[in-house]
Ligand binder design. Structure first.
Ligand code: KIV
Ligand code: ZN
Length: 510
C-alpha cells in the first residue's frame, strides 16, 4: 500500500471562504482536532498576512507536537522570515512557498517573464531551505501552465532545495484524466523528480476536486491537500474526508491509504462546520446527515436483509453514532470536567469556571444535558474569547397587531453603557435595528439561521448570522435557550469578530 500524506489546509485555504473569520481559540481547537484526526501536515495560516495570523500560526506550531505545522508564504523574503519566526518552535517546521506559473498569471498578475518567475522561485526556495528543514514549493495555477515550462521550473526548484512539489489546480479547471497526466508528465520529464514527493491541491469549481485528487494519486502524487468539509475559496477545496474514505473503501483499486483516524472524521466535520458556521448539506458524501439514511422501501428491505446491498460505508467507520452520555442538574464539577476531557476539549481553568456556571444554570432549566449541549456550550465559550460589545440586557414586545419594539443595553469595554430602542417588521428585525443603532454603523444582515441543539421543547437554540459590518463580511453564532437572546448574541459575535480582526490586521513587524 502506498502511504498518502494528508496536508490539511482548513486553517489557511479553508479560512479563505467568504465570511469565515475564526478567532484564535477556535483555530487552536481545530488544530487539536486535526492532530487527533492524525493528519500529517497542518497548514495553520499565512504568517505574513497579519499580526493575528502570525500569532495563531506561532501558537499552533508551539502546541501541536504530532504533526508537522506549516505556513504559507509568497516568493518574498520577508514572507519567509515571518514564516520562520512563527514556525521555528514547531515539531517539524516546514515552509510552504508559492509563485504563479501559468501564462495568465505571469502576464496579468505578476507581470514577469518565464525566466523572471524561475529566478524568483529559485532564489526564494534557496533562502527557505537555508532556514527550514523541509521546503514545499507550489506552482500556483499549475494546471493551466505549459507542461514543458512546468517541468523546467520544477527541476530548478528541486535543485534549489525544495523537497515537496505541489501542483495546484488553483481554479478547479482540470479534468481528472488530464490532471493525472500532469503528474505522469513531470515524473517522465523532470530529471530530479525522484528526490521529491509530489502533492495535489484541487479546487472544486467544476465539482471535480475529489476525482482530481484521486487521479493525481494514480498519476504518482503521494500527498493530497484539502480541507474538512471541502470548505475554501469560491467552491472550496478537495474534501479530505472524501479522499481518505474513497482510498479506504477502494483500496483494492487505488492500493493507497492515509493515516487518518477515520472515526474522528465526523467529529472534525461537526467542529469545523459549527466554528465556521458553514452548514454541511444533508446529501454530502461521508458526513452529510442523509449519507447513511435509507429512505425508499426497496432500499430499506435490502439493507434489512443484508447491509452491504446498499451500504458501502458503515457510519461507525467515520464516527457517526447516536451514543450520547447525559449529565443533569445534580452532576458536579468533577463529572462535568471529566466529560469535557472525554470529549477532548482543552479548556483553561478560567474557561472551566465560566462553563460550569453556565452548565449549572442551564441544567436547572433543562432536564438533561447531552454531549451535543456540552459541545455547543464549550464552542460558545470559545466564540466569545474577546468581547468588545457585550449584551447587558434587552426587552422585546411583540404580538398580533402590534409593532414589534426592542430596547437594548450594551456594554462597550470600559467606556460604559449604550442604550437604544427601535421597531421592526418582526421581533428579530426590531432587535437587529436596535443593535445597529447602538453600534452607530450601517450593518446589513446577509444570512440568519436557527438550529436546535438536540430535540425536545427545552432544546438550546443556536443562531448563525452572516453580516456585513463596515464593508467586512463576518459570521457569528449565539447559543441560548431563548431564540431572541441567541439572535442578539450571534449578531454581536459577528460584530466583535470584525473589530478584533481589525485590531490584529496590523502588519507583522519586519
Ligand atoms: O490554490 C492554490 O493554488 C493555493 C496555493 C497557494 C497553494 O492555495
Ligand atoms: Zn488553494
Amino acid at each position: 500500500m502506498q502511504k498518502i500524506n494528508i496536508f490539511e489546509t482548513t486553517l489557511r485555504d479553508g479560512e479563505q471562504s467568504a465570511g469565515v473569520n475564526l478567532n484564535f481559540s477556535e483555530k487552536l481547537e481545530i488544530a487539536y482536532q486535526l492532530e487527533r484526526l492524525n493528519v500529517d501536515i497542518i497548514e495553520a495560516g499565512f504568517p505574513a498576512a497579519s499580526k493575528g495570523d502570525f500569532q495563531s500560526v506561532q501558537e499552533i506550531a508551539a502546541k501541536i507536537r504530532n504533526c508537522s505545522v506549516t505556513g504559507l508564504s509568497r516568493a518574498v523574503i520577508s514572507d519567509i522570515d515571518a514564516a520562520w519566526e512563527s514556525l521555528k518552535g514547531g515539531a517539524e517546521p516546514r515552509l510552504h512557498t508559492f509563485i504563479a506559473t501559468s501564462p495568465i498569471h505571469r502576464q496579468y498578475k505578476l507581470k514577469l517573464s518565464k525566466e523572471q518567475v524561475i529566478e524568483r522561485a529559485v532564489s526564494t526556495v534557496k533562502y527557505g531551505a537555508s532556514k527550514f528543514p523541509i521546503v514545499q514549493w507550489s506552482a500556483e495555477d499549475a494546471s493551466r501552465t505549459e507542461l514543458d515550462y512546468l517541468a523546467e521550473i520544477v527541476e530548478a526548484v528541486i535543485q534549489a532545495g525544495a523537497r515537496v512539489i505541489n501542483i495546484p489546480d488553483t481554479v478547479g479547471y482540470a479534468a481528472p484524466a488530464e490532471y493525472g497526466d500532469i503528474f505522469r508528465y513531470l515524473r517522465e520529464h523532470v530529471p530530479s523528480i525522484h528526490k521529491v514527493s509530489l502533492s495535489a491541491h484541487c479546487h472544486d469549481d467544476l465539482g471535480m476536486a475529489t476525482a482530481n485528487s484521486l487521479a493525481a494519486i494514480e498519476g504518482g502524487a503521494t500527498q493530497i491537500e484539502g480541507t474538512i468539509n471541502g470548505i475554501g475559496e469560491r467552491a472550496g477545496n478537495a474534501a479530505l474526508e472524501e479522499v481518505a474514505i474513497a482510498l479506504h473503501i477502494r483500496k483494492d483499486f487505488y492500493q493507497a491509504e492515509t493515516s487518518l483516524v477515520h472515526h474522528e472524521i465526523k467529529r472534525t466535520s461537526d467542529l469545523v462546520s459549527r466554528l465556521t458556521t458553514m452548514q454541511v448539506p444533508a446529501n454530502k458524501a461521508i458526513i452529510g446527515a442523509n449519507a447513511y439514511a435509507h429512505e425508499s422501501g426497496i432500499h430499506q428491505d435490502g439493507v434489512l436483509k443484508e447491509k452491504t446491498t446498499y451500504e458501502i460505508i458503515s457510519p461507525e467507520l467515520v464516527g457517526v453514532s447516536s451514543n450520547s452520555l447525559v449529565l443533569g442538574k445534580h452532576s458536579g464539577r468533577h463529572a462535568f470536567k471529566e466529560r469535557l476531557q472525554e470529549l477532548n476539549f482543552h479548556v483553561t481553568e478560567e474557561e472551566m469556571n465560566s462553563l460550569f456556571k453556565q452548565f449549572k444554570e442551564l441544567a436547572d432549566k433543562k432536564k438533561q444535558m447531552t454531549d451535543e449541549d456540552l459541545v455547543a456550550l464549550v464552542l460558545e465559550e470559545k466564540a466569545t474569547d474577546t468581547v468588545i460589545y457585550d449584551l447587558v440586557s434587552f426587552q422585546i414586545t411583540h404580538g398580533t397587531n402590534q409593532i414589534p419594539t426592542a430596547a437594548v443595553t450594551l456594554r462597550k469595554g470600559e467606556s460604559g453603557l449604550i442604550q437604544e430602542a427601535a421597531t421592526g417588521a418582526g421581533s428579530v428585525e426590531a432587535l437587529y435595528n436596535t443593535l445597529e443603532r447602538c453600534l452607530q454603523s450601517k450593518i446589513s444582515l446577509e444570512d440568519y439561521r436557527i438550529q436546535s441543539i438536540g430535540g425536545g421543547m427545552d432544546a438550546l437554540a443556536q443562531v448563525f448570522v452572516k453580516l456585513n459590518y463596515g464593508g467586512v463580511e463576518s459570521s457569528g453564532r449565539g447559543l441560548d435557550q431563548d431564540v431572541l437572546e441567541a439572535s442578539a448574541k450571534a449578531y454581536l459575535n459577528a460584530v466583535n469578530r470584525v473589530l478584533l480582526m481589525k485590531e490584529l490586521e496590523e502588519k507583522v513587524p519586519q
